[in-house]
Ligand binder design. Structure first.
Ligand code: ZN
Length: 284
């Protein structure tokens, strides 16, 4: 994978007069000083010296940022909300992540671990999570969480249309199947859908109540594929947060898609700290 990344950077740098720095958005926990990937479960990585490898190959400074935080910064800098004082971006897809900009600064936390919304607990003694805790939001809302629940249900002989839709392969399950089966009255799918909407609303509403952000962005594969999820969660948050937090909040769709993380990482790596405008980019 490092070879592939190095090849991609080399190909991109080929068209530039001057390569000043490299920004990388990477899944997982990133070491604040070394830019190493301490752990990225979905990549199977532990202690991978990503920044050092690219710096040695290209001889320029390299900034590595967590992919979701980079995406939050990208939306903040290049989405429709440039200049907002604060922004909370929540992305739901395979997993659940978030990034926070407070008073114009990307909030990284003391251990560079801020924003792990997917591993906040929403159910006491709930479903086990690969992170070691129980009842994490990600087990009830994400694509991977749906798949785990279907696997358990099939093993327990629960009758559900999702078995046919996935041809008894839980890995083939996606959120649109859950929504379709729930709408057609499938009891198990309805339970998944209700849990997802309820816990996601609860977790994000608590986030909004604590931080009182100006902008809340709801993005990622699930929100893109399921407009009814966006509407349900957005409506629920407004009901569940405080009056003043609600009054100052604007809830928006993500605007930049997969570009958000790319642009955010590039801005964080640039010598202007992302204050200079980037060249025109293709955005949806
Ligand atoms: Zn967890």
């Amino acid at each position: 994978m490092l070879e592939t990344v190095r090849g991609a950077v080399a190909a991109l740098a080929d068209g530039l007069n001057d390569l000043a720095s490299i920004g990388v958005a990477c899944a997982g926990q990133i070491h604040a000083e070394t830019g190493a990937v301490v752990q990225a479960a979905n990549l199977g990585w532990r202690d991978v010296p990503l920044a050092a490898t690219l710096a040695a190959a290209f001889g320029v400074p390299v900034t590595v940022e967590n992919d979701v935080r980079a995406a939050a910064w990208g939306e903040y800098r290049f989405g429709v909300h440039r200049g907002a004082g604060s922004l909370l971006a929540v992305f739901v897809g395979t997993g659940v992540g978030s990034g926070v900009v407070l008073d114009g600064q990307l909030w990284c936390g003391a251990g560079n671990a801020a924003g792990e919304l997917g591993h906040t607990q929403v159910v006491a003694d709930g479903r086990p999570c690969p992170c070691g805790a129980r009842g994490c939001l990600e087990q009830y809302v994400s694509g991977s969480g749906f798949q785990r629940r279907l696997r358990d249900a099939l093993a327990a002989d629960v009758k559900t249309r999702l078995a046919e839709l996935t041809e008894n392969d839980p890995d083939a399950l996606d959120a649109t199947m859950v929504a379709a089966a729930a709408n057609s009255g499938d009891e198990f799918a309805r339970e998944l859908w209700t849990d997802a909407t309820r816990y996601l609303t609860q977790a994000v509403a608590n986030y909004v109540t604590l931080l009182n952000p100006q902008i809340l962005i709801l993005g990622g594969g699930l929100f893109e594929a399921l407009p009814e999820l966006f509407d349900g969660v957005a409506g629920g948050i407004l009901k569940a947060t405080t009056e003043l937090a609600r009054g100052s909040l604007s809830i928006e769709h993500a605007r930049l898609g997969d570009w958000a993380g790319v642009l955010g990482a590039a801005a964080l790596a640039s010598s202007e700290g992302g204050s200079a405008p980037l060249p025109t980019v293709v955005a949806r």
